[in-house]
Design a protein around this ligand. Structure first.
Ligand SMILES: *Cc1c(COP(=O)(O)O)cnc(C)c1O
Length: 355
């Protein structure tokens, strides 16, 4: 069976796909697929309500936060955040990788104060910056929770005082327990830990939504989507349906605490193999290592290419590192079973012996 280490879109649990398959042609006795149902109908309203309720239960989202399903990917949030939440004043950013940089780029395009208070660019982003001071007057502090490309992750989030903390959790949402009340906003594209691409979850503290100025295009204004229950225009109904199924699957496993325990075990297994001698070298500094995207190198590019080729023959796919880092990247999101990581580790041992 194929073991999918793709970074995103990424694997979705077989149980989720099987449920979707079973319901595909005839959703809840309606005689049609949920994809074909009106987004204004009762069946889809029940689906989106269940997806939101599932997320609220699992992530423990307090009532003073909105839950929105938006389009345009996390990348559109890079612009919507400064448009809506920094209509004046300036905002602080921590630059911990390619996605942070893209968020910073959009904020700068929008032409107000955009302060990069710390960056790990000097070391090709192999660590999470820890040394910085947040401007107490900043409208928010933006961080990227998990750097998908460089394999680094905030082990603990910065304390931003009264400045609202905004986190791009695209690649580690629902992978560990968090205290939502510590954040002003959390957002995540679904395609790593929550479902298929095409849908972005936004969790936004209600008082922050009130900052949105009146002169924004409707689709780019959070208040539009809040007022319309994420259905100002036609939402990606099937993607929202899959999020509902993913929530049911996570709940069946025991919720996020149980998932976090499994994720810790998977990451520990892989890093301990990497650290067992210097045949493999982890690319992230210790203390900054990601439990979602495990990046490592071999002695040279030829050996790395051989590693990827042989792994692919064993139907372990998606292990090639991002072009900006090279090496190997094993993405081990929620849907990756521990058995998948065990097979990779077994292969790593054999490959080391042979070379
Ligand atoms: C994948 C990813 C994105 C990009 O998401 P899109 O939905 O493609 O816009 C942004 N941030 C992080 C951390 C990611 O992993």
């Amino acid at each position: 069976m194929t073991i999918n280490f793709n970074a995103g879109p990424a694997g979705i649990a077989a149980q989720v796909l099987e449920k979707a398959q079973a319901e595909l042609l005839n959703y809840a006795g309606s005689g049609i697929s949920i994809m074909e149902a009106s987004h204004r109908g009762d069946d889809f309203q029940a689906v989106i309500d269940a997806a939101e309720a599932g997320l609220r239960r699992l992530i423990n989202i307090p009532d003073d936060y909105e839950v929105l399903f938006l389009q345009g990917g996390a990348s559109t949030q890079f612009a919507m955040i400064p448009m809506n939440l920094r209509p004046d004043g300036s905002a602080d950013y921590i630059d911990s990788g390619a996605w942070s940089s893209k968020a910073i780029k959009e904020a700068k395009i929008l032409g107000q104060g955009t302060e990069v208070i710390a960056s790990s660019k000097d070391a090709n982003y192999n660590y999470i910056p820890a040394d910085f001071t947040v401007n107490p007057d900043a409208k928010y502090l933006h961080v990227t929770s998990n750097n998908t490309i460089f394999g680094t992750q905030f082990a603990a989030y910065p304390d931003s005082g009264d400045v609202p903390l905004i986190a791009d959790m695209s690649s580690d949402i629902m992978s560990r327990e968090i205290d939502v009340s510590k954040f002003g906003m959390i957002y995540a594209g679904a395609q790593k830990n929550m479902g298929p691409s095409g849908i972005t979850l936004v969790i936004l503290r209600k008082d922050l939504a009130e900052r949105a100025p009146d002169n924004l295009p409707s689709m780019l204004n959070y208040t539009t989507h809040i007022a319309a229950g994420s259905m100002y225009n036609t939402p990606p109904t099937f993607a929202i349906y899959l999020i509902k199924l993913v929530c049911e699957w996570v709940e069946s496993l025991g919720g996020i605490a149980a998932i976090e325990k499994m994720n810790n075990e998977k990451a520990a297994l892989l890093y301990s193999e990497i650290d067992s001698d210097d045949f493999y070298t982890g690319s992230a500094q210790e203390g900054s290592r990601s439990k979602m995207n495990v990046c490592f190198n071999l002695a040279n590019e030829e050996l790395e290419a051989a590693f990827i080729k042989e792994a692919t023959e064993l139907v372990m796919i998606g292990l090639k590192g991002h072009r900006s880092v090279g090496g190997i990247r094993a993405s081990i999101y929620n849907a990756m079973p521990i058995e998948g990581v065990e097979e990779l580790v077994d292969f790593m041992k054999i490959f080391r012996e042979k070379n």
